[in-house]
Write a protein that binds this ligand. Sequence first.
Ligand code: PEP
Ligand code: MG
Length: 589
Amino acid sequence: MIWGYFYMAATEKCATLHPHSVMNKQESHPEQWFQGVPISPGIACARVCLFCENESPSLPTERTSGRNYENEFERFQSALATVSLRLDEVKARVAKEIGPAEAEIFTTQQMILQDEQLIKSVVAGMQTDNLTCETAVHRTLSAFENRLRAVASDTLRERASDISEVKRRLLEVLGHGTSGFQCSQYVCRRGRGRIVAARELTPRLTVDLDTEHVQGFVTDHGGLTSHAAILARALGIPAVSGIPKADSVLTCGAETLINGNTGEVILWPSAATKARYPVARTFSLNAEPCEPIPGLKVYANINLVGDMAQALQMKAEGIGLYRTEFEFLAESRALSEEEQFQRYSAVLRAFPDQPVHFRLLDLGGDKSADFLELSREDNPALGLRGARLLMARPDLLRTQVRAIARASHVAPLNLLYPMITDAAQFLKLRAQVEEIMAPLRPGAIRHGVMLEVPSACLNARDLLKVADFASLGTNDLYQYLFALDRNNEQLAEEFKHDHPVFWSLIRDVARIAQRLKKPLSVCGEIAGQTDCVLKLQELGIDTVSIPPRLIPRLRRAVAAALYSRKKTVRTPKPIRQSTRNKARKEPSA
Ligand code: PEP
Ligand code: MG
């Protein structure tokens, strides 16, 4: 899959009209193709519902006589309290329906409401400049927002969207600027069963809507790093952004097909096009948990400590990959030893009797962040990333390893080393890790290797002799094996994991692991795809690690495939028992 990480800097490509434009005879509308940026996978085909989020740009400057400051101040305080309460409600709903990590997005907005500097500026506007409450709110929050939008950092620009949303919420409570649908249809369906087109995919839009029934999103703005894209992915709703003026290009009620895997948006698709792109959501929102099945161990991939609740709910048999770097990326800063210790211990407490695999920070490459203060690299994917970065930044390594060593007193754990290239590098990093851990007298820790760089797979024999276990990171392995940028939507077609070279490499690694009796699992995206998992099982790999939401679907699909295989194996005809055998089977008296 090519949409990669949520933190990846999304290039907001301009939409281009596809070279071909076909007349849809059935509807007598020309089929039109647009190319945008895929931000949430899946395919949807439905009529469009236009959603207009009022940005209230034309709010006139209003002043009070100067005597009304107290009145305005009270209105401001009450608006702050009301918005905060509404955010509490949204947060509770999101936590229940989507997950605690996603609910945290609204904590960010509540924190904006409590920001001292922001409150002071609004109050100063009302007190000193005699502005009305709404004018002061609009002026102050717009200034904060514009300042952040001007910064060349994706994270800060995403925070600007949060401020913009808080501004809209406050102005709405103060009686200005209502958002809403602009349905020209006789009955407005408010997005139910429709593809919603909007200027921007704000968290509010994705959550305040009856998202369970929305089929897809098409937007003008909103990158992969946006909170809303994270929510859309968590909800399993296909979404494409980067279609300029999406809310005017797409007309209300127009039938549209969106491909969240490739970024294609097709207005008035012909019957032939629809047949070529069958509608597919990545998963059902209300996935019922499924009990473990024999012959396949399914662990969960988690990114944040909060994700473990869902891993438990979906009956994961352990944590196969905890991408610890996400804890840092989500906070846009390096976490202290204590903060890391608290999170790691919480995960171990949740899974005391099942395997938990922590991956050492896999930062760098496309997972770079301002707080790392790295110098610019021409080729970050081939630069200071994973193990290399950890060796170059002893500060990061030391803090994390100490936190992990302390957490190991809670329960035994497994440690995965990211982006290892060969046995010598693994041994060097492992020695550094053990040296840092030694004074803390850690509990039981097994040291394993991520097999995600081709040289490591080709060196699997030497690596597995010195490592306790391994996990195949097929996302990066495919990227580096075929020189295919996993985050480049233009290469989506090629990123199909079906190349025989890839599978023969996996077969070789699997054989080596079996011979050396070292556990081998797969934690890349292919581990969630039924056909790939069946192939892995044939190669003797029976442990996979996948996002928690995908667990029930995978278990059911694999169980069904194995069942139908068994049925097709010709059942031998019953052998007629000879009287002698019958006699022998008679129970003795
Ligand atoms: C992988 O590369 O397959 C993997 C699981 O690691 P990540 O996706 O975090 O790079
Ligand atoms: Mg990887």
